[in-house]
Design a binder for this molecule. Sequence first.
Ligand code: GLN
Length: 452
Amino acid sequence: CLSAIEAGNDALKAYLVVTADKALEQAKKSDERLAANAKDARALEGIPLGIKDLFCTDGVRTTAGSHILGNFEPPYESTVTQNLWDAGAVMLGKLNMDEFAMGSSTETSYYGQTVNPWRAKDSDENLVPGGSSGGSSSAVAAGLCLGATASDTGGSIRQPAAFTGTVGIKPTYGRCSRYGMVAFASSLDQAGPITRSIKDAALMLQAMASYDLKDSTSVDRPLPDLEKALTQKFKGLKIGVPKEYRVDGMSKEIEALWEKGIDIYRQAGAEIVDISLPHTKAALPAYYIVAPAEASSNLARYDGVRYGLRADGRDIVDMYEETRSHGFGAEVKRRILIGTYVLSAGYYDAYYLKAQKVRSLIKRDFDDAFETVDVVLTPTTPTPAFGLGSKKDADPVEMYLNDIFTVTVNMAGLPGLSVPGGLSAEGLPLGLQLIGKPFDEATVLRAGQVIE
Ligand code: GLN
């Protein structure tokens, strides 16, 4: 992996920092453990992983893609990464991402643009790797690591996985501890893996997940043996197909992908059930109220006093202003403005409270659907990967529309998987999404294997 990074990272710009010394040190320890007693091998013994740059890593710079954290070296380790090292994994370095995980293309990073290793047929145009976990998806797709951590607030694990032909799973809210993850929207954020196969995703998630007293939203519920769950018989599963996801203007190729997925399940002996999730249409607008509201509150901590960038100022208020003006990029400022607005007196009821009510309705839709089906099947994204820079200066809403199929899952706190489903006419990867019942990652992964 280190040689692959050496050869490929200049072109892809997936890694912001390569921690070769740490990798070799951890790998050596793995070798020693194996030499002492091979039977003591841990679950991820010696497996080299990349880490999205919003997981705090002790003594290793953690920027969350932001200028404001440009000099931040956390004095502690996130629970998810600690769990991985405890399982014997090896850290290769930190991976690029949209600033504070706000975006769908990794273009809002302060540290430059990550490139998707895929190209459309007969084209040499650089494509985005998706976002916000674009460093993770690009690195996994190009073999610059065997798996990567990622995080998903509205699709940031699943959409980059779909754009790069990789597997990504966002577990149920509460499955992985958020301790030591730089917060975007705390009621939606979840960690998960991006990998090359479902089996790898199962192995990695098994190690990442834990009940953690350091995160008050972490849930004390044992995770079944996911690797074993993959070997269970598939027949008899009920797959829900929600009609509301057939959105206006859905491209023919995405429709065909979805049909192909349905067909594969039918042939595998699954029962296909038409279902209705009536509030789907309101999910995206509600997400873009709830997520910025929480972000505006979470990002208040970057004041130039406690850590991170500090700009000069005449007095303390001026220092706050200068620090935040220089430290945050345009998309982050936009979210802070939206969030502050929807939380302000006089608008709170009309926007924030209303969005929270919509959120309850979305959750209820899924609860009803899961009375009759085991998993829900949809496309992951409305299009394949787009050109780098092609949407950057467009109306921001155009970028937000990318999240149309993924945000419902975060709003309802459910597990969601993106699995490669085929190629577009131009030869680019497309993803199918499987959504499961709360804490039923096992069935989601098992169902995903049928497509894989
Ligand atoms: N693209 C969405 C956003 O910009 C989701 C990002 C994420 O999941 N972190 O908010």
